[in-house]
Design a protein. Structure first.
Length: 262
């Protein structure tokens, strides 16, 4: 299960940013909108509805008070979420989506090198005025991504053990999260634009959600896509610009767009 948790509250955002795992019962107080994809991806032929609370078209069943058939006490989720794969060849930073369902997404190989980069190799990208209350300077000790491989979510990136060498893994493609049928919550302590966190779970970890992507805050270089021969598609220049570091406040931001009307 891959779940998008949409957040409007700065307080809830700070709690999610600081947490590595989230109890399912806490989603009621942290997320305003939830939804996502489920089943087996990477052009799998396994029916998605073999998973409880997963539809035949690889969508998590969500109601205002439940996720994948499990009631969440105190929940009042609003709106709807859709996840779609980005087409290949799209302009960098843009995402033109495909119509295929999650199980039909086309995955690819990536190589991740957990070797830490020095502080001199980092380039901080941060919003004017500094971080909001509750967030810390993104310059901690090096952190390696956790291993999120789970039976219900094949193809997700992970690092086996703590070896310092590069790891080749099957990666999900880029995808876009779209939220609809929602309005800005009342009150003054809300973001002008919502933030979203991507979480994952499985039957083996039922009741607990972990982050799909582990933040490295510029301590390691990003994964490199590979071709069919496990060779990097882009050769990295040793003299290239330093690794960019983006603050979490901006990284999780969504953009608001008025949908076309007929």
């Amino acid at each position: 299960y891959i779940l998008a948790c949409v957040v409007w509250s700065p307080t809830a955002f700070a709690k999610l940013e600081a947490a590595d795992t989230v109890k399912e019962s806490d989603l009621a107080s942290l997320c305003n909108t939830v939804g996502g994809a489920c089943g087996w991806s990477c052009d799998s032929t396994i029916p998605s509805d073999r998973l409880p609370g997963c539809t035949a078209d690889s969508t998590i069943e969500v109601t205002p008070t439940s996720i994948a058939g499990t009631e969440i006490p105190g929940a009042n989720f609003k709106g709807a979420i859709e996840m779609r794969q980005c087409l290949d060849g799209a302009t960098e930073g843009k995402c033109e989506t495909a119509t295929e369902k999650f199980k039909q997404w086309q995955c690819h190989k990536c190589q991740y090198d957990p070797s830490a980069v020095g502080k001199d190799d980092r380039r901080l990208q941060i919003i004017p005025g500094g971080l909001p209350d509750g967030l810390e300077d993104p310059d901690p000790a090096p952190v390696l991504p956790v291993n999120p491989l789970a039976p219900a979510t094949p193809g997700l990136p992970g690092v086996a053990g703590t070896s310092a060498g590069p790891t080749i893994y099957t990666s999900l493609p880029r995808f876009r999260v779209t939220v609809s049928e929602v309005s800005i919550p009342d009150g003054s302590n809300v973001f002008s634009q919502p933030r979203t966190f991507l979480l994952q779970s499985s039957m083996a970890t039922k009741g607990t959600w972990t982050k799909l992507y582990k933040a490295t805050t510029g301590t390691t270089r990003p994964p490199v896509p590979l071709d069919s021969h496990n060779k990097p598609l882009v050769v990295q220049d040793q003299e290239e610009e330093s690794v960019p570091v983006q603050d979490a406040f901006s990284k999780h931001a969504m953009s608001l767009n008025q949908q076309n009307r007929l």
